[in-house]
Design a protein around this ligand. Structure first.
Ligand code: FES
Ligand code: FES
Length: 160
């Protein structure tokens, strides 16, 4: 049985085609094969949310998916948030301005979760934000600053 497969994905607007081992996780594929190391690997069990990316507009845990499962999909990683010139996305600016990160390890996952939340629910209230963020773990910030970051991002995105 073949152990390698060809995978075609569009990541942050760029098409990629690669041959990968069938057992390779999506996060390892992104980091090792595509060089997109912004997505972090924490628990590797689908628990911490550090590896969260968007697949066809929905957040997924890239540590518990195989690269071959993403064949044909449109992916967005944290590298896709900033403008090509380096200008930060309002969500990134808000996390910076409200001190929503310390070590930054969990941050890519929080940013991508926030991106989906505010894309679908631009008027999300505090309870909704808390519910959406509840699947992401942070060991540094105590969550209050993250909550404030998301609230600021929501305001900025509604009033660009
Ligand atoms: S590394 Fe994927 S959920 Fe923790
Ligand atoms: S900022 Fe360090 S784990 Fe969240």
């Amino acid at each position: 049985m073949a152990t390698s497969r060809t995978v075609k994905v569009r990541v942050n607007g760029v098409d990629h085609e690669a041959t990968v081992e069938a057992r390779k996780t999506l996060v390892d594929f992104l980091r090792e094969d595509l060089g997109l190391t912004g997505t972090n690997v924490g628990c590797e069990h689908g628990v911490c949310g550090a590896c969260t990316i968007l697949m066809n507009g929905e957040t997924v845990r890239s540590c518990i998916m195989l690269a071959v499962q993403a064949d044909g999909a449109e992916l967005m990683t944290v590298e896709g948030l900033a403008q090509p010139g380096g200008e930060l996305h309002p969500i990134q600016e808000s996390f910076r301005d409200k001190h929503g990160l310390q070590c930054g390890f969990c941050t890519p996952g929080f940013l991508m979760t926030t991106y989906e939340l505010l894309s679908k629910h631009p008027h999300a209230d505090e309870e909704e934000i808390k519910e959406w963020l509840s699947g992401n773990l942070c060991r540094c910030t105590g969550y209050q600053d993250i909550l404030e970051s998301v609230k600021l991002a929501a305001t900025r995105l509604r009033n660009p």
